[in-house]
Design a protein around this ligand. Structure first.
Ligand code: DC
Length: 226
């Protein structure tokens, strides 16, 4: 397989993007680019500074002075916000909601765009997010859109939070996931949608390993013609 492919994986929360992207990147010895972590790190800094998601001026200002860095070390991804390691702190439900809310703001997306493009420019990357194939990397070699049924997505997200030690109610996970879906799909800039030329993969009844196999077979098949 060509070493420097740029592969994008978009999709809603709970569709299995992170697990699949990490596995795929490992299999190919590629870099895993978790762009949601960038939005989460900025959301973390917003909350730390007591900025509400409606404070456009305050958030625009924060974007200008906050340094977000993604570090990939031997397959492990570290996220730094102004030098602070926030890797584990950004996975909570309150950060998910704040990240979704601020990600609709133009200064937030503008601040994170160059970091993402820089990280992907050399290829050899599996880039995961909501606008990878549409806005950030429209010229990607391969684009995938991961879907899963709503009930399955809620179950997965709930399980993920419980495993992390978060005693969150199933009904609350459902409410938050539906709200985030609406925000991410209906925002004016870079809404979540299937990118042109993307392969849609439904993971409702398929394991992450199975999805990775499907993705690899699509890539191998198409590469044979290149
Ligand atoms: O993928 P995630 O759940 O970690 O992302 C958290 C939020 O960040 C998501 O609800 C919307 C936003 N996001 C985005 O707008 N664009 C991306 N490329 C990645 C995430």
């Amino acid at each position: 397989m060509k070493k420097s492919l740029l592969i994008t994986i978009d999709g809603p929360a709970g569709a299995g993007k992170s697990t699949v992207s990490r596995l795929l990147a490992n299999k190919l010895s590629y870099t895993y680019l978790d762009t949601g972590a960038l939005y989460r790190a900025l959301a973390y800094r917003c909350i730390q500074e007591g900025l509400s998601a409606t404070d456009k001026g305050g958030i625009a200002n924060l974007c200008q002075r906050t340094g977000i860095v993604l570090q990939n070390k031997e397959g492990f991804l570290k996220v730094l916000a102004d030098g602070e390691d926030v890797t584990d702190k950004i996975r909570t439900e309150s950060i998910s909601l704040q990240a979704s809310a601020i990600s609709a703001m133009p200064p937030v997306r503008a601040a994170l765009l160059s970091i993402q493009r820089e990280a992907g420019k050399a290829g050899g990357v599996v880039a995961e997010g909501r606008d990878m194939g549409t806005i950030v990397f429209p010229e990607a070699d391969f684009k995938f859109f991961l879907e899963a049924g709503m009930n399955e997505r809620i179950k997965r997200r709930h399980r993920e939070l419980v495993i992390r030690g978060d005693a969150v109610q199933y009904q609350n996970v459902k409410r938050d996931l539906m709200m985030r879906d609406r925000q991410d799909r209906e925002r004016e800039i870079a809404p979540l949608k299937v990118p042109e030329g993307a392969f849609i993969v439904d993971s409702t009844h398929v394991s992450a390993e199975g999805v990775v196999e499907t993705i690899l077979s699509v890539i191998r098949k198409r590469q044979a013609f290149l």
